[in-house]
Design a protein around this ligand. Sequence first.
Ligand code: PHE
Length: 506
Amino acid sequence: MVEGPLHPLEKKVLRALVERPGGLTLEELAREAGIEIDQARRVIEWLRSRGLLEVEERTRLSYRLGDNGLRAVEEGLPERRLLEILLLGGGKIDMADLVRKGGLSKDEFDAGIGRLVGSGSIEIEGRTVKFVKDNIDSYRYERLLRRIGELDEVFEEQLDEEERAILHELKRRSGYIVPMKHKGVYVRPSLPADELKDLVVEEGIEEITALTPEILADGRWRHVKLTGIDVTTPVPSLYPGREHPISTYSRMVRRAFLSMGFEEVCGGVLQTSFWNFDVLYTPQDHPARDLQDTFYIEGVSLDDVPSDIVDNVGHTHENGWITGSRGWGYEWDAGEARRILLRTHTTVLTVKALHALRSRPLVKVFSIGRVFRNEKADAKHLVEFHQIEGIVKSKNANLRQLMGYISEFYRKLGFTKVKFWPTYFPYTEPSLQIMVHVDELDRWLELGGMGIFRPEVTIPLGVKDPVLAWGLGLERIVMLALGIHDARRLYDNRLSWLRGVSMCQS
Ligand code: PHE
């Protein structure tokens, strides 16, 4: 059962039916309601699901004129014509004369004479026909024939009782009436007429669903009635062009950091190992540097190993240089540092920004960028994905502030329960994993890493202040927000899914 206010079209259809409790065909209904057949079909379906009308297949009888009927419309019924000839002849005529002047077929002539005699309108004496009295009442018959002729076709229910009796008579005379059977769809109200009327009160008042400038301008707004709109009615789906969810969430992330006073930095996807690993104090034999984890690129050159810091970094790896560390204790290979790779994390961008902005007392930058890992893609891992990176350099930066920034960032995206677990990165101390509680799963999920850059990272760059740093996964956030369990779904470009992603997450 459909609830809610009636649509103006539904009212139109019901109004057409108020007067016709016996029902109408689809075509008649459309005509009487003044709407298109297709519209009528749809509206009938709505009304049917509301339980307001019934639709049934029925057979109806209609009548058209046969040849004799058509003639009678033109020239009158034979009995009428014979009577007129008789009267023109002074009320007395020879039978042979009557036959000649009547110009009727033998059947019609016999039928005509039969009715005149039967009704006592004439008397026959020998060969002479004599007028008695006009008793044939043929006008009523002719009127009905004319009406059928004008309508071309009448349905039984269009006739009143008297007409039906006459029709019955006419049907017995051959060639006057041709009955036809119609099979069709009939629409009938399921309510008594008075209840139906109550539903469609305010007859004559135009109902509209939207105010237009025209209606306001021409003053019609004074007379029309604005109908309620049933917001639960299903509507056709529209698929306008729209943003990919990854872009939407990138924007949200950008807005969150901008609102916390951060500047965005960016950079190329091709980087030297020097910036991607060495500056970040990642030992040259670290497994992350392996071909299995990192895409190295051959045949390109990138002169991005700045001479002012290359020795600082090399010495720090070898023996700790002036950083207070003992270093990794191996011979640092500058050639290894020159290898070109697809960046494996966006920490490469923030550490470069740190170097570039080292003379600023306060640095707060973030970046959102694509990173690459040489591993097999599965539900949890992608070869290309996005990281949300950031650093804060300031004289009194501390771990508590770092936890505050990160909690605040996730809060802005709707994740309110955040906690931090110790972990390890070669470039931070302490190092923490960021865990976010996902209520739907009732689980803590790891969404990123963070820490305070080690002196082995900052001193070679000429940075003395503490630097807070973090790197977070973007895809994880989108997956949690959209309830996706397979990361590959984000990039398989399935239109059916992309179209269905709701604009507002509940
Ligand atoms: N680069 C780390 C990763 O890719 C995240 C990180 C960034 C950790 C900065 C600590 C500091 O997982």
